[in-house]
Design a protein around this ligand. Sequence first.
Ligand SMILES: NC(=O)c1ccc[n+]([C@@H]2O[C@H](COP(=O)([O-])OP(=O)(O)OC[C@H]3O[C@@H](n4cnc5c(N)ncnc54)[C@H](OP(=O)(O)O)[C@@H]3O)[C@@H](O)[C@H]2O)c1
Length: 229
Amino acid sequence: MKTALVTGTSSGIGKAIAEALLKEGMTVIGLCRSVEKLPTGVIPLPCDLREPGEIQAAFEKVPQLDILVNSAGLAYLSRLADGNPQHWEEMWRVNVHALSLCSQLALARFPETGGHILNLSSMSGHRVPPTGGFYASTKFAVRALCEALRSELKTLGNKTRVSSLSPGFVDTPLLDTYFAGRAEELAATRQNIDMLTPEAIAATALHILTSPPEVEINDVLMRSADQSV
Ligand SMILES: NC(=O)c1ccc[n+]([C@@H]2O[C@H](COP(=O)([O-])OP(=O)(O)OC[C@H]3O[C@@H](n4cnc5c(N)ncnc54)[C@H](OP(=O)(O)O)[C@@H]3O)[C@@H](O)[C@H]2O)c1
């Protein structure tokens, strides 16, 4: 039976992926702060991803792994011109630094035959929206990190696969932060776009993670059929 560690398991996409992996018969470890919100059957691993020491200590409780899903992330609408630098720092720590550290710690726990890392990127890692510029920079970084790790592993002869999933709008609590102070804009966006569901993202994640060992799906771009950019 495979063991998967999913970050951001208390909400949205990470929660839906954890539920899908549980249904597949995997052992699922859920890393987040609000462990009381984990789906039934997920093994709690409380951790604040802003703190590298907490990440190290959390992974010490995990002897072996087959899969890491880096789903934890946050999106403040924090512009370069006048945004709050503390928001930039939090996004950088969780979306980029913690994702990198979790990947390094997971690699040390994968079997010799290799594991699988799936990173949640975003359409904002492929084009810069007029709003949310700093968030987009963290997702461009995730794309670069996926490619960097993939080529490092090939050089090292490590069979671990690295994949990413890049959704457009998904209806989760993340949007309340992204649209903070712009409730009308969020309501209009919901009206104009039949947003993706976390379950739709989880179905694609499952496809990526259960593909044959010789298949490495590197990135999947997913948007609602209504979303233009
Ligand atoms: N929703 C979208 O439209 C969308 C689109 C493209 C990409 N994405 C990406 O998809 C991923 C998941 O987003 P989502 O929409 O599912 O968001 P969400 O519903 O807001 O969930 C975010 C998760 O991240 C965890 N998290 C945040 N800060 C953390 C911290 N300091 N330490 C530990 N865990 C932390 C939260 O857990 P706790 O608060 O319990 O710690 C929560 O489980 C993110 O990487 C996001 O950038 C989302």
